[in-house]
Design a protein around this ligand. Structure first.
Ligand code: EPU
Length: 436
């Protein structure tokens, strides 16, 4: 287990290129199970979660090939990741084993494609994780409505389809609102179902739209993606296609906050600020300046950070995946800020660690009350989940002294080359490799 050593206090200045979206790439790689022929994906980030997903679809009979990175002569940015080719060569196997599912919950995304294309799926039930229980009942219910039959056995969900899935009109929301991966799972299955499926209460996240765009390129008939009502007219077959993954809005938001917390100036390439409209709104209130020019964002901030209130919400609201990072920033705000977590009410493991660094955050149910302090101090802290870890990196960048973050494998799941990107803009961050 590697750790990061961060000596805080440098202002970040320079250019960072945002990678392709992890949360788009994962379900999209799984969606390739639906197609006949080769699919080529551009902009797939190099992350351990992506490795887990490609390993999983490899075990499910896909040939996966990553091209060499492409150099960019005359450009000061590092080479682009090579495209990822995926082609199904064997459709016999239908099982997603616990070994893989336990490392990555997004493995559940193979459920819909396997049922639609192969008529059978065995997927180990993902357990709880650091950010909460995270059930998959809505995925299962949606697929049941399309005609799949399910039972659970020895920790596995076993799904079967007799004949072909049949389209229908269904409500897909749950107690916490829409489900992102659940919407994608059911949409993928409905793409090959007989007749029309209407998903009411669908998630509107850009990652759902990205997956729908790929399916359309494969020959699917989908309308309304990006709205709460998605209409899918099932087709008999899908074919291979070429697609570019959207920029990672959460990585982009994290670097915007990195510029703000260090009082720095960053130029972020390859970003889509339309995907961060609520984030830009809250940060504007805090006093962070974000200017856009085509696909580039220029971020700077005044030394004084105002306090704000923020509630996480489904898209286009403020994303839960940036809650911890915003909290790190607000720890240094003027006065009291309030954050309420409506998507994963227990997603607050970073609170204790930030407090170890001198922050003053108090949690009351799904709400955190943050009393701004003048400075944070370096400390040894523990990464608990991906975004909480990112918040600790941000805090470390500005803290007085040295911060040691253990268990950075959480960060490697979702931030491509984070330490190289930060070092390139002046951060003093070092990866300490685990011995042995
Ligand atoms: N929910 C249910 N039943 C279900 C599915 C979800 O009750 O069957 C609840 C969840 O417990 C939660 C809410 O619905 O309260 C929304 O969860 P959602 O299903 O939308 O989450 P997800 O699709 O499993 C994706 C991202 C998460 C991100 C959430 C919310 C991926 C791989 N994961 O998860 O990303 O937080 O949407 O936007 O796309 C991360 O990247 O760090 C991460 C956790």
């Amino acid at each position: 287990m590697d750790s990061f050593l961060i000596r805080g206090g440098t202002r970040l200045k320079g250019k960072i290129e945002i990678s392709g979206s992890k949360n788009s790439a994962l379900p999209i790689v799984a969606a390739c199970l639906l197609a006949e022929g080769k699919t080529t994906l551009n902009g797939v980030p190099r992350l351990s979660d992506v490795d887990s997903m490609t390993k999983l679809i490899g075990e499910l009979g896909c040939h996966v090939y990553r091209h060499e990175p492409a150099g960019r002569p005359g450009n000061d940015l590092p080479p682009l990741n090579g495209p990822l080719d995926i082609e199904v060569t064997d459709e016999k196997l239908c099982e997603a084993r616990y070994d893989i599912v336990k490392t990555m919950r997004a493995s559940i995304c193979v459920l819909g494609p396997l049922l639609a294309k192969r008529g059978r799926a065995i997927v180990s039930i993902p357990g709880g994780c650091a950010i909460g229980d995270r059930p998959v009942d809505l995925h299962v219910r949606g697929l049941q409505k399309l005609g799949a039959e399910f039972r659970t056995e020895n920790g596995n969900i076993i799904g079967e389809v007799h004949g072909r899935l049949k389209g229908c009109r269904m409500y897909l929301g749950g107690a916490q609102g829409p489900t992102v991966l659940g919407t994608i799972n059911v949409m993928c299955a409905a793409a090959l179902a007989e007749g029309e499926t209407v998903l009411v209460g669908a998630a509107c996240e850009p990652e759902v739209v990205d997956c729908a765009e790929l399916l359309i390129k494969m020959g699917a008939q989908i309308k309304g993606h990006g709205t709460p009502e998605i209409r899918i007219e099932g087709v008999d077959k899908l074919h291979g296609a070429e697609h570019r993954i959207i920029p990672d809005r959460i990585e982009c938001g994290t670097f915007i906050i990195a510029a703000a917390i260090t009082n720095g100036e960053l130029e972020l390439k390859n970003c889509n600020l339309d995907h961060l409209i609520a984030v830009a709104d809250r940060l504007d209130e805090v006093g962070v300046k974000i200017e856009r020019q085509n696909g580039t964002a220029f971020v700077s901030s005044s030394r004084r950070l105002n306090n704000v209130e923020m509630t996480t919400q489904p898209f286009p609201g403020f994303p839960t995946d940036l809650q911890a990072q915003l909290m790190a920033l607000l720890c240094l705000g003027d006065g009291i800020s309030v954050i309420t977590e409506r998507i994963f009410p227990d997603r607050f493991l970073h609170v204790g660690e930030l407090n170890r660094m001198g922050a003053r955050v108090r949690k009351e149910g799904p709400t955190a009350i943050i009393q701004g302090v003048k400075e944070l101090q370096g400390a040894s802290v523990m990464a608990s989940d991906l975004r909480a870890s990112a918040a600790l990196v941000l805090a470390g960048l500005v803290a007085r002294g040295t911060t040691k973050i253990d268990r950075v494998y959480h960060i490697d799941r979702g931030y491509e080359k984070i330490e190289q990107k930060l070092m390139a803009v002046g951060a003093d961050i070092e990866r300490i490799k685990e011995k042995g």
